[in-house]
Design a protein around this ligand. Structure first.
Ligand code: BYC
Length: 486
């Protein structure tokens, strides 16, 4: 067995911090975590779901790391949720599968020369988790049903657990620096002018439930890709941590994708009932109190483009170094058919050359952000096809699309470029006239805000969203997923 860490099959569920990392035998880290805990609870009470700290929520809690039966369901007050530290079981004899150390045994300790880089990756990953909870803290008040409210809170507590996961690694492997970083993770605030979260998309507002569903569809999918790349890490504790986080991440994307699907379903049904054949007849569709497909397209344009920025610059020496040093692999690195070292290889990158978007071959090592972003776009397209099948099945011609990667960007090659949804560069005047057709305009946001009225009767749903096909944990339609004591 690797030094220092138990194999992870046994979860100690009884202490303050449930874990499968042998915290009882590791007094130093246990003390550090127990010292951090009250600050975390204060942060959760200040910045977590607003107005529902006392509510009893039917939540799943991770209690095991076995693929079968890893979670249990029950009513919990969120501040009492058991945020555990759980790593996927160790793989006996695991080897580093890429970069300059390919073939060497995976590290159980941080190699000296990788410390700064690894710490930065952990801090960036950790920072996104509380950020998303902060972005979503107002949404409980306008939940379209108790089912949706419960799903929101489930996502939130799991993002909280993911923060614990990064804080554990920081405190265990980075001593005093790690403790300082862990404290700072509780101090930054999404959208704060002086102490914002680190990555752009995590400082944006999530003002309504359509935004929440789009965020969990697209931005949580960045989480899936980045965690997938970090799960390949030669630093074994990070790999094991990310592998377990991915189990939870899948549910977050389900909440997003099925949420949007239910909005589409409801809109199509309402249009059919009213005899509307043109989904772009926005005035008539909105008169029915449902969300028009063109507005969904605008939200896709917004959240997809914000999420693309999270992949960093297309050409990045940071990314090349993280790969070569064995810290961050590619998505599904172990399934890619090449030498996994990439020294002489090239990769096609879209670039802005003399005002035109052109493809250029660049060294594959520096193009790793681009490659991960391409994997993300392919993955996101699958979800979009599912949404389009619903529209098609309801008999409408309209098709939702992903915008061009140059659209609405703030990071990388296309930052600040005024490109349309197809990637055509527009003169300033043309862009000014067209922008409100691409991204949600004030009147769109106002319309959505007007729809966001809470529905709290068990089994009932707001008029703009269809009920889900199945309840959580096999519960029937009228189940009271959240008990609100007012
Ligand atoms: N905003 O060389 P570059 C999730 C900075 S989501 C602001 O291209 P690199 C979740 C960059 O930091 C997954 N700044 O950077 C989802 C660098 O600054 P410094 C989160 C940005 O390192 C939903 C400079 O620009 N995890 O889990 O190749 C809910 C040069 O850039 C941005 C990760 O991202 C930006 N968007 O790529 C909850 C994994 N982009 O250091 C959770 C860890 C770049 O020169 N992070 N910059 O001052 C990484 O792998 C990489 O750091 C990045 C950036 C992909 C983020």
């Amino acid at each position: 067995m690797p030094d220092g860490l138990p194999n992870g099959m046994n979860v100690d569920y009884d202490g303050l911090i449930p874990n499968n990392v042998g915290l009882n035998e590791d007094q130093r880290v246990r003390r550090a975590l127990e010292t951090w805990h009250p600050g975390y609870i204060d942060w959760w009470k200040d910045m977590g779901p607003e107005g529902f700290q006392e509510a009893l929520v039917y939540l799943r809690t991770a209690i095991s790391v076995e693929p079968e039966g890893w979670a249990k369901f029950g009513y919990v007050r969120m501040p009492e949720y058991k945020w555990g530290i759980l790593l996927a079981p160790a793989v006996e004899g695991r080897k580093i599968s890429f970069g300059a150390h390919k073939g060497e045994p995976a590290w159980q300790e941080v190699p000296g020369e990788c410390r700064a880089m690894l710490r930065r990756l952990l801090v960036i990953q950790g920072d996104t988790e509380p950020a998303s909870v902060e972005q979503q803290r107002h949404l409980g008040r306008t939940a379209p049903s108790l089912y949706d409210m419960r799903n929101l809170f489930q996502v939130n507590v799991e993002e909280g657990r993911h923060l614990w996961a990064m804080v554990y690694l920081l405190q265990k492997y980075f001593g005093r620096d790690g403790r300082e970083e862990a404290a700072a993770l509780l101090q930054r605030r999404s959208g704060h002018q002086d102490a914002p979260r680190m990555l752009g998309a995590f400082n944006e507002a999530t003002p309504d439930w359509l935004s929440f569903f789009m965020f969990t569809t697209f931005t949580d999918r960045d989480g899936k890709m980045q965690l997938g790349a970090l799960a390949q890490s030669g630093f074994d504790p990070l790999s094991r941590t990310c592998r377990f986080m991915l189990t939870e991440e899948a549910h977050h994307m389900f909440v997003g994708e099925s949420g949007v699907a239910r909005v589409i379903e409801r809109t199509c049904q309402a249009m059919r009932d009213a005899g509307i054949t043109d989904p772009t007849d926005v005035g008539r569709v909105r008169a029915l109190g449902v969300i028009d497909l063109p507005l969904m397209q605008k939200k896709i344009n917004l959240h997809f483009s914000l999420t693309l920025d999270l992949f960093g610059n297309e050409i990045s020496t940071n990314a090349a170094n993280a790969f070569s040093s064995g810290l961050k692999g590619r998505y599904h690195e172990d399934q890619v058919d090449d030498d996994h070292v990439l020294l002489g290889a090239t990769y096609p990158v879209l670039r802005l050359i003399e005002g035109e978007i052109r493809e250029e071959q660049v060294p594959a090592l520096s193009a790793l952000n681009m490659r991960l972003r391409d994997d993300f776009v392919a993955d996101a397209s699958v979800g979009l096809r599912r949404w389009n099948r619903l529209i098609e099945a309801a008999g409408f011609q309209y098709r939702l699309q992903l915008p061009h990667v140059a659209f609405n960007r703030r990071i990388g090659e296309f930052a600040g470029l005024k490109a349309d949804l197809g990637g055509r560069v527009l003169p300033d005047v043309e862009w000014a006239g067209a922008k409100d057709g691409f991204l949600p305009a004030t009147e769109d946001d106002d319309y959505l805000a007007g729809l966001m009225r809470p529905v709290r009767e068990p089994g009932k749903f707001a008029g703009w969203i269809a009920p889900p096909k199945w309840g959580v944990d096999g519960k029937p339609g009228g189940f009271e997923y959240v008990r609100i004591e007012e």
